[in-house]
Design a protein around this ligand. Structure first.
Ligand code: PMV
Length: 326
């Protein structure tokens, strides 16, 4: 079907048990399973129309037409949709990102989830969420999980058919809040694709990570089941630090931390010493995310405002799964 516009909105997610490395790069099959929380505040809206008269894909990103080179990753993804749907036409894609791009806030997660949903609908396919999750995975690993809201698990699987996400709890038991610190909105230096490949190839700890990560996932699911926020937070923080240890121990070594990241980590530790149960995590960027229960929000905000200022953080909560807007 062509000349049909479909519009979808997908929210980004923060990984609580990280995905960091692939067994198959072409299909984005991860070495480990992962778990995330979809966030309400950060999302991408994308409209797709396949138009027989177009000579190539046209991608308008935040109201700017991308060059062919800039659009390549999106065009490659649209090729997969064209093959799957048997649609021959090029597409007009208009996308608006409500996520600071490539600053470790996983804009590729919401971006490819929204693109998978809009492009599959516009091409005439009516995919289930499981099929959508598999398709989004081929755009960006973290997009696999953004099809669902709340807490989401992506089982690594062994190939295209078995690697997809599933909802664990669309509305988590605790009133979970995430405070995203916005230290750096710039494009990151080392993309997650390059970073994770380097860690897998060169870190002497990579196999230990794979083993520990499986244990973390098992234990965090138990903590979620028992509504044990302390264990949950401890596992989240340890898992993030283990992932970032793979960047520091890679050859050549690299890190996503900056000075403010470390400062914020210390602040979280101080808050804990004062008896406030707060934990942190961060993806492939310097922006720390603080995880807490809403009952402690006022105290933590007061502290953050005094140290970093009010405009350096955003408070977010669990967000919904994929939505079709037209
Ligand atoms: O989806 P990608 O290729 O940008 O990789 C995401 C990697 C992390 O955000 C660091 C971890 C994760 O599980 O989302």
């Amino acid at each position: 079907m062509s000349n049909q516009t479909a519009t979808a909105r997908a929210h980004t997610n923060i990984a609580l048990i990280k995905y960091w490395g692939k067994t198959n790069s072409k299909l984005t099959i991860p070495t480990t399973s992962s778990l995330s929380l979809t966030l309400d505040h950060f999302y991408t809206e994308t409209s797709v129309t396949f138009q027989p008269e177009l000579q190539h894909d046209q991608i308008i990103f935040n109201q700017k037409l991308l060059s062919e080179k800039q659009a390549r990753r999106i065009s490659n993804f649209l090729d997969l949709v064209r093959i799957q749907s048997n649609c021959q036409a090029y597409a007009l894609v208009e996308t608006v990102n409500h996520v600071p791009t490539a600053a470790g806030l996983a804009s590729s997660a919401s971006g490819f989830a929204a693109l998978a949903a809009a492009a599959s609908r516009a091409s005439g396919m009516d995919l289930s969420n499981k099929e959508l999750s598999r398709l989004a995975r081929k755009g960006s690993g973290s997009a696999t999980r953004s099809i669902y809201g709340g807490l989401v698990e992506w089982r690594h699987g062994i190939g295209d058919h078995s690697s997809y996400a599933m909802p664990l709890s669309e509305s988590p038991q605790w009133d979970l809040v995430v405070i995203a610190l916005l230290f750096d909105k710039k494009q990151k230096q080392i993309s997650s694709t390059i970073g994770m490949e380097r860690s897998k190839q060169t870190s002497p700890y990579y196999q230990d990570w794979v083993k520990q990560s499986a244990l973390d996932l098992k234990q965090i699911k138990r903590a979620i089941h028992h509504q044990d926020f302390t264990s949950f937070g401890e596992i989240v923080e340890a898992n993030a630090m283990n992932m970032h240890a793979l960047t520091i121990s890679a050859q050549p070594s690299y890190t996503y931390f900056n000075g403010q990241t470390i400062q914020a980590m210390e602040l979280v530790q101080q808050l804990r010493k004062q008896g406030i149960p707060v934990y942190f995590t961060l993806d492939a960027g310097p922006n720390l995310k603080i995880i807490l229960q809403r009952s402690n929000l006022a105290a933590v905000k007061a502290r953050l405002t005094s140290v970093f200022g009010q405009d350096q953080y955003v408070v977010v909560a669990a967000g919904p799964g994929i939505q079709y807007l037209k």
